[in-house]
Design a protein. Structure first.
Length: 526
């Protein structure tokens, strides 16, 4: 017995030693190619840098014993003739400088062996005792007493006649309307509108739902199927839109009635506001007259206080003039003290300059002595630094990378894919064989017209009436009269009839098959 998707033996796993050997060979070849790409020769205006293969060494792969020859490279730097000549001249110069440094270092023993005491011959340092000046002037003569008082200018006027009381109240203008309409904000009227509209809408929605359910049943769409749920979702959305429209219409009627009540309340409050404004105008006129009397009395008091302030300013001016004269005497005495102190400061600065000049001469002498002492050492150091050997430099070599092919992963991945295919084929074969072997009883209903949601899974070989091997299709299906839509696996009576007529029976216009006879035909073809 064989199926359309026969599953043979599982794929052979890859040999790990062979896979490791192939991966090592790929890595070695990639490394060699990268070495030849990266060892790039360079030619510059001043010289060249070359790479040559000068030998090799053997590498043995421990996994398979494969021997690889790994080349060895030698890097050679060469200068152009002109640069080589300059290099030779520089080498000669550095050699001469090194010899001079060696000769001079031999003379340092004589120089450093002499007694060196520059402080003994240095000029004397400045004496701080010469900085002696008299104490500066800190006082000057008295300038007289300041004037702190002046004649009394009289008392200020702080009161005037009463201008009368202000009007602080007026008669009431009437109560303000603070609410309107019934306490439930016309909710009862809105409910009556909704009940009237729903009384017309609900019967229509019920008839529409019954029509949709009947149309789906006529189209063969089962209750609870995806198509049934999609159709009912469309109906429910339309019904919800109609109900929302009823709610909106009732809300609009409620808002209209509330607006009418609000307009009546607004008219009443406008009349109350007008009466309030009239009473307020009368009170404002009375207060304006009282304020005028108050301003007249305030003007008289202000005039009296202005005269008193003028007298104060005249007395203050006299005191200010006396104080200015006293301040002038103070300034003149201070100027005389500052002049005396400036003379003392000039005398101190002259003494400080003489002290600084003596110290500068001593410091200059010591600097010259130390410079003469260190000059031979500095000369030898300079000669030695100039005799150092330097190497020519070249630009960096660009690096080119060749990615390594991961052969081991590719082989293992291919094996995993083949193994997955083998497992899937085995699963399909077991499902088909299980569906055929699961046929029980002496006779079962297998008419294609009694089945629904038919899906072909494959086919098996069966021996026909003439002994020839023929393909018998196998399907997955459910019976149309099964509310649970239980899935089954097996052949169709119409296909069995083409192979073995005796295995099919017509009972009440519905074709049935003998499972044991069908199974025998399948086994004979195996």
């Amino acid at each position: 017995m064989c199926f359309d998707s026969c599953s043979g033996d599982p794929p052979t796993p890859p040999d790990p030693r062979l896979t490791a050997g192939l991966q090592t060979a790929t890595n070695v070849n990639t490394a060699l190619a990268g070495a030849f790409l990266n060892n790039m020769n360079q030619v510059t205006p001043t010289g060249s840098l070359t790479y040559d293969v000068t030998g090799s060494h053997s590498f043995t792969d421990p996994s398979d014993g494969q021997v690889y020859q790994i080349p060895s490279f030698t890097q050679t730097q060469s200068l152009t003739p002109a640069e080589q000549n300059i290099q030779n001249l520089n080498a000669t110069a550095r050699t001469n400088l090194g010899q001079l440094a060696a000769d001079q270092s031999g003379r340092l023993g004589t120089i450093l062996g002499q007694n060196f005491d520059p402080l003994a011959q240095a000029p004397a340092a400045g004496n701080t005792g010469m900085l002696n000046t008299p104490d500066p002037s800190t006082t000057f003569g008295a300038a007289g007493q300041q004037q702190h008082t002046f004649a009394d200018a009289g008392a200020q006027q702080t009161g005037f006649a009463n201008a009368g009381a202000q009007q602080t109240g007026f008669g009431p203008a009437g109560e303000i309307t603070r609410s309107y309409g019934p306490a439930d904000n016309f909710s009862a009227d809105r409910a009556r509108v909704e009940e009237a509209l729903y009384g017309r809408l609900n019967p229509q929605l019920t008839r529409e739902r019954q029509n949709i359910e009947q149309r789906l049943a006529d189209q063969g769409i089962r209750y609870g199927s995806e198509a049934y749920r999609a159709a009912m979702d469309d109906y429910n959305r339309q019904a919800n839109d109609l109900r929302l429209g009823v709610t909106q219409t009732a809300g609009t009627e409620q808002a209209r009635m509330m607006d009418m009540a609000a307009r009546r309340a607004g008219f009443e409050n406008a009349a109350q506001q007008q009466a309030y404004e009239q009473a307020l105008g009368r009170g404002t006129f009375a207060n304006a007259a009282q304020a005028q009397l108050y301003q007249q009395a305030l003007g008289r008091g202000t005039f009296a206080n202005t005269a008193q302030a003028q007298a104060v300013q005249e007395a203050l001016a006299r005191g200010t003039f006396a104080n200015a004269a006293q301040q002038q005497d103070v300034a003149q005495a201070a100027t005389r003290g500052q002049f005396a102190n400036a003379a003392l400061a000039q005398q101190f600065a002259q003494q400080q300059a003489r002290l600084n000049a003596q110290n500068a001469a001593r410091s200059q002498y010591l600097t010259e002595q130390y410079a003469a002492r260190g000059r031979p050492i500095n000369e030898i150091t300079a000669l030695m630094s100039g005799s150092q050997v330097s190497q020519p430099s070249f630009g960096g070599t660009p690096t080119n990378q060749i990615p390594t092919t991961d052969i081991a992963s590719l082989i293992n991945q291919n094996f995993g894919q083949n193994l997955d295919i083998f497992r899937q084929q085995s699963t399909n074969q077991n499902a088909l064989l299980g569906g055929v072997l699961g046929l029980g009883g002496n006779i079962i209903r297998s008419d294609r017209r009694a089945k629904d949601d038919v899906v072909r899974m494959g086919s098996v070989f069966a021996a026909g009436d003439d002994g020839e091997r023929e393909r018998l299709p196998i399907y997955e299906y459910s019976y149309r009269d099964d509310p649970a839509s239980t899935r089954h696996v097996g052949p169709m009576a119409q296909d069995v009839e083409k192979i073995d007529r005796g295995a099919v029976h017509d009972i009440g216009g519905v074709k049935h098959i003998e499972p044991h006879r069908v199974m025998g035909a399948i086994l004979r073809a195996a």
